[in-house]
Write a protein that binds this ligand. Structure first.
Ligand SMILES: N[C@@H](CCC(=O)N[C@@H](CS)C(=O)NCC(=O)O)C(=O)O
Length: 211
């Protein structure tokens, strides 16, 4: 399989952590993607990624039989069908729903962070302050909910991380890779959990580069 990726993408990291946890990472060849615009300037560049995924986004997985699969959550579902290790998305319905809820919560917080970053690139006089305030609230409330549900998360010695654990790791990794982020507001309990997770190969080997 081929995974179109970029090294700083939290959504790519979600997929890579899931693959390592399930012991199938050697089946996946990482292809550095051109996502169609320059990171800082947003200037359009040529990308062939839209041939496989109309949104031009990473991660996009090309399976051995040539299917293209996106987005990250669908790819994680697909990876769970390969090999015989336990699943990252638990079979138990109650746990599955909680994992998928954490996954959506984190996807939405990361989306709000992206919108904040884009809005702040506009000249100050044309920024939308109400929109920035609403986005700020979404991020802070999201983190608050995670803090309240922290007891659901796995111990670092667990056999396999689940999608809730992976989601929280990619969110914290995204915030912490930016040393000037105002959202590194996690409790000591959550920070300790996150640091302990760095004993795992899947977390260490997928750490994003610093900004
Ligand atoms: N919902 C998607 C989000 C993927 C996403 O936003 N990827 C970003 C990089 S982190 C991207 O490819 N951006 C390029 C673009 O939006 O054109 C997923 O879970 O895979």
């Amino acid at each position: 399989m081929e995974l179109y990726s970029i090294d700083w993408s939290p959504f790519v990291r979600k997929v890579r952590i899931a693959a390592i946890e399930r012991g199938i990472e050697s089946n996946i060849k990482l292809i550095t993607a051109n996502i169609g615009f320059a990171d800082k300037t947003l200037k359009r560049t040529k990308s062939n990624l839209t041939n496989f995924n109309p949104s031009g986004r990473v991660p996009t997985l090309i399976t051995d039989d040539g299917q293209s699969i996106y987005d990250s959550t669908v790819i994680v579902h697909y990876l769970d069908t390969i090999g015989d290790k336990a699943h990252v998305i638990p079979n138990d319905n109650y746990k599955k729903v909680i994992c998928l809820k954490f996954n959506t919560l984190v996807d939405e917080v990361i989306d709000s962070l992206r919108h904040i970053s884009l809005e702040n690139r506009r000249e100050e006089k044309i920024r939308l302050p109400n929109w920035l305030e609403a986005l700020d609230e979404k991020v802070r409330k999201g983190i608050e909910v995670i803090e309240n549900d922290i007891d659901f998360l796995s111990k670092s010695s667990t056999q396999i991380l689940n999608l809730a654990d992976i989601s929280i790791i990619i969110l914290m990794g995204t915030i912490k890779r930016n040393p000037s982020s105002i959202y590194d507001i996690f409790s000591d309990k959550l920070n300790n959990w996150y640091n302990e997770m760095h004993e795992r190969k899947s977390v260490i080997n997928t750490k994003p580069p610093k900004l």
